[in-house]
Write a new protein. Structure first.
Length: 360
């Protein structure tokens, strides 16, 4: 029967054979990608995080993903170095963690990434000295108060974004990396954003998206540079998750939790009744009250994030989000650009309206 099939193929015109070959290769590629996704999402085992070292350092641990990572790492039995701006919040998180995981040692380091970063990094260097810090979670990040055109971004906000998102992550990594190189083991996780990676553009958030694109490329380069030194570097790309609190801002956001892409157009395609939360909020980040299949709690996301450590240089660890990522890739870039621009223009309009009311 197989010979008959081969003879039948030989009798076909060459153009049809070319199409058949291309179709077969495309199908095999799709099949391989699907099987790999199933393995990565459901079958691949997590790595033993203690093999990297007994200490983990987390920036931005008082809210959102950072707090989720801190609790999840403590649950795994790792000691913690928590780096944040607010000493009272750091103390509260430390107390909460130790009340649940009493054997975990915790060191708090107060660093204002929007201020003197060099002074803060020196504190971090002094704290990690002599400790086998095996895991670094670079979670600190800020965004715009609300969407705006690039020419509307003032000098103070511009410096703030670059200082916290770019300089902060870079210098903290530089402070922790030498110890990992000395021990020839370590894992660095940098929290990126779908604003720079998943969607083709993020208009009216140009500088924020650019800083997150830096994080992605920075992570990829370090992954290649230090893989042979036993150090795993990864950029994790969250979409959206639940915050069980509200946070107020002053002039510019000093919120050390990650701003995420809320792909509401895709959520609506699935008929979900989830209130869309803007990508960036001017005066308050309000919580969505309940988590769901598509929108995990920060703790659930962090659990998935830990499971992914040590593998790909870039990933979306929460598997429903990887499905959305795949769907977005199927859409024409021009369509996504157009939708995103309209979405951000509405955010800008609401933000300007709030500003005008404050000035009245």
């Amino acid at each position: 029967m197989s010979l008959c099939f081969v003879d039948e193929l030989k009798s076909q015109p060459s153009w049809l054979l070319v199409l058949f070959t291309l179709g077969s290769l495309s199908f095999l590629k799709f099949l391989f990608a699907s099987l790999k996704w199933v393995y990565v999402s459901f079958l691949r085992p997590a790595k033993n995080l203690k093999k990297y070292g007994s200490w983990a350092l987390v920036t931005g641990p008082t809210d959102g993903i950072g707090k989720g990572f801190a609790f999840q790492l403590a649950r795994k039995g790792l000691n913690l170095i928590l780096v944040g701006r607010n000493p009272d919040k750091l103390k509260d998180v430390s107390t909460s963690i130790q009340s649940k995981y009493s054997n975990v040692q915790i060191k708090n380091v107060v660093v204002d990434f929007s201020g003197d970063i060099d002074e803060g990094v020196q504190k971090i260097k002094e704290t990690v000295e002599g400790l086998d810090v095996g895991i670094l979670i670079n979670n600190v990040g800020v965004s715009y108060p609300y969407a705006r055109f690039f020419h509307e971004v003032d000098e103070e906000l511009l410096k703030h974004l670059i200082r916290v998102n770019v300089e902060g992550t870079t210098k903290v990594t530089q402070a922790v990396l030498p110890g990992m190189l000395k021990r020839k083991k370590g894992a660095i996780v940098n929290i990126g954003s779908g604003a720079a990676i998943v969607i083709p553009s993020d208009p009216l958030y140009a500088v924020y998206a650019a800083t997150k694109a830096y994080i992605d490329q920075f992570s990829r380069c370090l992954y290649v540079e230090y893989k042979k030194s036993g150090i795993d570097v990864q950029c994790q790309v969250p979409f959206f998750f639940i915050l069980h609190h509200s946070v107020t801002f002053n002039t510019y956001p000093d919120l050390y939790v990650i701003d995420l892409v809320y792909v509401d157009v895709l959520v609506k395609l699935f008929g979900l009744s989830i209130r869309t939360v803007p990508l960036y909020v001017a005066t308050k980040m309000a919580s969505i009250k309940r988590s769901s299949f598509w929108v995990p709690s920060a703790d659930s996301y962090a659990g998935a994030g830990l499971h992914a450590i040590g593998y790909e240089p870039r990933c979306t660890p929460y598997w429903p989000h990887s499905l959305l990522w795949g769907l977005i890739q199927l859409l024409p870039e021009s369509a996504v650009d157009s939708w995103r621009l309209g979405f951000c223009l509405r955010i800008r309009k609401r933000g300007q309206l709030k500003d005008s009311r404050k000035n009245e």
